[in-house]
Design a protein around this ligand. Structure first.
Ligand SMILES: [Zn+2]
Length: 491
């Protein structure tokens, strides 16, 4: 493993003990740091020790999985372009689930069971009741993926985090470092939550400043571990970096004569779980009549950009944007989607469809392969929309909603008691690119330029035999992989 020299490559030398000669040197190979030279402390008889990552088999190295909450792809790509995080190969785009929220996204990334709800406060259809979001959250009940973690902030501290994200971020980094130094796990998993708080509470330039601290933290870790540690780092969703004001969804429904309630007992009853301050809402309705009243009132409000709901005949999902209306339908084996513009183009896909037709990927009946849609819409304002909307209304959670809202930039919904505490500088949850697009990057492997959460684990496993410890079963059971019967639309 030792090499004589590192001549001919760009390198950075550090004089960490201040004796005037470098004791740690990093050399680049191409755009990334791959060779690490350590000088032994014994000055009388200096000895060098070189670690070359290209000479090591990543399958045998200790490997840290660093899971961040709420870091947009653009932010990480910008930092990498400015020369930060160059222990890692170039970041790849990871398009979150819909909703672009932590629990559904990490459940897919770590191949855990789907969570009970989109968030900790959710509607239990079988019991016809709304959960207590805070209790569920503190017990971690909606986070079956949490069992994979070796370090995570204490659940009680999460609330404090959203008030002082910068302070908690530094503390989280220090605690995570201590956990790692103590741990003997070959594949330790660390989850940093405060990056999400930073995105909600701070402006973009401030968030970048904290991420540069993270880069330094990683650099220090690699030095302390003698470069015998590989790292794969990713996040669950992005952040809009647009200041938001509350959208009073329940009030809007009440004013229209509907009843925002905790269970569904009569016509007009609507359950609206409220938890985090996000640009996405899930609604559960008593019957088809109530559903259409909800859709009518939401459709007219400027805070609502998109409305999605399942329809029995013709089977599929209706997407609305104001007066614009389209139908998404899906055919299995192989999975193909169609997008029928009923009036206007709510998902702005007309150009994409023309392109798919030109390159021969759209059949006569207007269907294109699931992966063709992903490729064609990966840089769209609504990335990968058909697959993500379909999953959101069927299998991303065990209690899929009847109606989903993705909000106009500048608005959020959620627990109104939180509004008093915070001025929101950004949010996520909805279908838009800023909320949805996050990143994955690794020191050990070149990640694909774009992928979905459900693709992540098998791509990593091609290089590293990592099996996250998730709730009981190692992979999602077939029952959750099959799509729900689209005719069971309304309770
Ligand atoms: Zn968040």
């Amino acid at each position: 493993m030792a090499r004589e020299s590192i001549h001919g490559a760009t390198h950075i030398a550090f004089d960490l003990d201040g004796d005037g000669s470098p004791d740690y040197t990093q050399a680049y190979r191409g755009p990334v740091k791959r060779v690490f030279l350590f000088r032994a402390a014994d000055d009388a008889n200096p000895r060098h020790h070189v670690v070359d990552w290209d000479d090591l088999d990543p399958a045998n190295e200790r490997h840290l999985f660093l899971l961040l909450d709420g870091v947009p792809y653009d932010a990480m790509a910008e930092l990498w372009s400015e020369g930060r995080f160059r222990l890692f190969h170039r970041p790849g785009l990871l398009i979150s689930t819909l909703p672009s929220l932590t629990d559904p996204s990490f459940a897919q990334i770590l191949q855990a069971e789907p969570p009970c709800g989109y968030e900790s406060c959710y509607f239990q259809r079988g019991r016809n009741r709304l959960t207590n979001g805070t209790q569920t959250y503190l017990r971690g009940d909606n986070e079956p993926w949490n069992s994979a973690l070796d370090y995570r902030l204490n659940f009680i501290e999460d609330a404090i985090m959203y008030l002082f994200p910068g302070y908690v971020f530094r503390r989280e980094l220090e605690n995570a470092r201590r956990t790692l130094l103590r741990s003997e796990r070959h594949h330790p998993v660390v989850y940093l939550l405060s990056t999400d708080g930073l995105g909600h509470m701070q402006k973009r330039t401030e968030v970048l400043r904290y991420l540069r601290l993270l880069d330094r933290w990683i650099e220090r870790l690699i030095y302390e571990q003698g470069a015998r540690l590989q790292i794969t780092m990713l996040a669950d969703h992005g952040n809009s970096f647009v200041a938001t004001e509350p959208f009073r969804l329940k009030e809007l429904l009440q004013q229209a004569g509907l009843h925002a309630s905790r269970s569904l007992k009569k016509q007009g009853d609507v359950v609206v779980p409220e938890f985090g301050l996000i640009d996405f809402a899930a609604l559960y309705v008593f019957d088809a009549n109530t559903l259409h009243r909800v859709v009518e009132v939401c459709r007219r409000d400027p805070a609502v950009e998109l409305i999605c709901y399942r329809q029995a005949q013709p089977p599929g999902i209706i997407v609305l944007n104001g007066r614009q209306r389209a139908l998404i339908h899906r055919v299995e084996q192989p999975v193909r989607y169609g997008y029928v513009q009923l009036s206007g183009d709510p998902l702005r896909l007309a150009q994409t469809i023309r392109r798919l037709k030109q390159i021969g990927q759209l059949s006569e009946d207007g269907l294109a392969h699931d992966r063709a849609w992903l490729q064609a819409t990966r840089h769209h304002v609504f990335p990968d929309p058909l697959h993500r909307i379909w999953q959101a209304l069927t299998e991303n959670t065990r209690n899929p909603a009847d109606v989903l809202l993705s909000l106009t930039p500048g608005y959020h919904v959620g627990d109104p008691s939180l509004d008093a505490w915070a001025r929101m500088e950004g949010t996520h949850g909805g279908l838009r690119a800023a909320s949805s697009n996050t990143f994955i990057m690794s020191t050990a492997l070149q990640v694909p330029p774009w992928q979905r959460p459900a693709d992540v684990l098998k791509r990593i496993q091609a290089t590293v035999a990592w099996q996250p410890r998730v709730g009981g079963s190692a992979s999602r059971s077939p029952a959750h992989q099959k799509t729900q019967d689209i005719s069971q639309v309304i309770p």
